[in-house]
Design a protein around this ligand. Structure first.
Ligand code: ATP
Ligand code: MG
Length: 445
């Protein structure tokens, strides 16, 4: 992509309405535009990151054996009357009437609808286990939409629902979600700690929230600092192996880590003092096991091996896809702008031409662009007729992890400069070597 032809409405000034750094940088980097309180347009750069995040979520869900589908944003109120939640949900639910006067709502979540799909098509244990998920816009008429995409009213969520024949199988689905979420967040460059949480209005027994530590987080969290050292890494996990999956979950949930809702001071005090941490965190996901809460009330029954009709065991599992952009920026930025982790960056690398119009520099940039594209890496090439300082400032603000700087002086010696956004360290090398290096970096992402 050439910047001269792109749509990147960068702001020079700090927008007054943004209270936290992620919101400020998303506005300044031309990623989003607010259209109403808590409702945003996703401008091209923001959309690219949103798409990257969705791609990672999809890959990890599919790896875990979960199946994508797509349910609508609008739902009939009657479905929610069956579960009893139409009245319970309160003012967060956006209620709408169509021209026939039928009551509808903009879905805040999809337990009822997925249960309806399930009961219409599945009636035997032989078709289980089954986990269906989608990535779809939700609407919650939050009392205080704020912090940009962090607490929106319209926001993108991945929500998945497992259907199992008994509690043991449903808990395996729960564990599978935990492991797939750990991998998902790690691929986004995040440390998201599973913390025991409170189930709230969805109801249920087992639930963990995934929290990214950040001073601007809305949740108060208590944990053993050793939990922040745990990494899943690239280890192979057989998602069908119950014991193996459960062992990973034990590894990540044995050390103390809780939100304020479930905090237990006595247990906390038992941690060695230097490891006891009280901090703030951003909730980027939550998993629930809730058994037969919806299947019993909505008549989602399956025949078990003994030929009996029993309500199917369920759980639901959500990832805050649009909130993740904010969380990643809160966790990865400096005073010049965003620092995207390679896994989610909108472009893998930027090219800065220090002297636009210089025949050698222009040709070298075009050559780099072509070579990178041939490796499947689309660069953002700043080909504007601007000062070098302004080009660097834009690149730093939008946070591409790697930058190749091309100028007549370097080219006279056959070199360009490859710079890491994170460390600021630059290295001179031939254009070919720069392309090879960038390709090598992204080969592992
Ligand atoms: P919160 O406690 O932050 O209001 P929640 O527990 O009500 O969130 P869930 O029903 O667990 O939310 O939804 C799954 C995920 O969707 C959350 O973990 C969060 O990452 C994201 N999410 C929830 N509400 C919002 C919102 N208003 N804006 C953006 N993302 C949200
Ligand atoms: Mg939650």
């Amino acid at each position: 992509m050439r910047l001269s032809r792109y749509f990147l409405p960068v702001l020079k000034e700090n927008p007054a309405e943004a209270q936290i750094v992620s919101h400020r940088y998303m506005l300044r980097a031309g990623m989003i535009k607010q259209q109403a309180a808590g409702i945003y347009s996703w401008l091209p750069l923001g959309l690219r990151v949103l798409n990257r995040i969705q791609a990672i979520v999809n890959e990890e869900q599919i790896r875990a054996g979960h199946i994508p589908l797509l349910m609508p944003t609008l739902q009939p109120a009657d479905l929610w009357r069956e579960s009893g939640r139409y009245d319970d949900y309160g003012q967060e639910m956006l209620r709408i009437k169509d021209r026939q006067g039928r009551e509808m709502l903009y879905g805040p979540t999809n337990e009822e609808m997925i249960t309806d799909i399930f009961r219409g098509h599945v009636n035997s244990y032989k078709d289980l286990p089954l986990t269906l998920y989608h990535i779809q816009w939700k609407f919650r008429d939050e009392m205080r939409p704020r912090f940009g995409v962090m607490r929106g009213r319209e926001f993108l969520m991945k929500d998945g629902y497992n259907f199992d024949i008994d509690k043991a199988a449903a808990l395996h689905a729960y564990n599978r979600h935990m492991v797939s979420y750990l991998r998902t967040y790690e691929r986004m460059g995040l440390t998201a700690i599973p913390m025991r949480a409170d189930s709230g209005p969805i109801g249920g027994d087992d639930t963990h929230e995934f929290l990214v530590l950040a001073s601007t987080g809305e949740s108060e969290v208590f944990f053993d600092s050793a939990v922040t050292e745990l990494k899943l890494g690239n280890r192979e996990v057989d998602y069908d192996n119950r014991e193996e999956v459960a062992a990973v979950c034990r590894e990540f949930t044995t050390l103390y880590a809780r939100t304020d809702e479930t905090h237990d001071q006595a247990l906390f005090d038992a941690i060695p003092e230097e490891r006891r941490k009280v901090a703030r965190g951003i909730e980027v996901g939550q998993i629930f096991y809730f058994g037969t809460k919806y299947s019993a009330s909505m008549g989602a029954l399956v025949t078990n091996e003994k030929g009996e009709k029993v309500p199917v065991e369920m759980g639901s599992h959500g990832i805050g896809v649009s909130r993740l952009l904010g969380a990643i920026i809160e966790a990865s930025h400096d005073d010049k702008g965003i620092i995207w982790p390679e896994g989610v960056t909108p472009f893998p690398v930027g090219i800065v031409n220090l002297k636009q119009g210089d025949a050698a520099a222009d040709a070298a940039c075009a050559g780099l662009e072509k070579a990178l594209l041939a490796k499947g890496l689309e660069p953002l090439y700043d080909d504007r007729d601007e000062r070098a300082g302004a080009k660097f400032a834009t690149m730093d603000l939008i946070g591409l992890p790697w930058r190749i700087t091309v100028g007549p002086r370097g080219l006279a010696n056959g070199v360009v400069e490859l710079t890491s956004r994170r460390t600021g360290v630059s290295e001179e090398m031939t254009p070919e070597a720069a392309v090879a290096r960038v390709a090598e970096i992204y080969a592992g992402v």
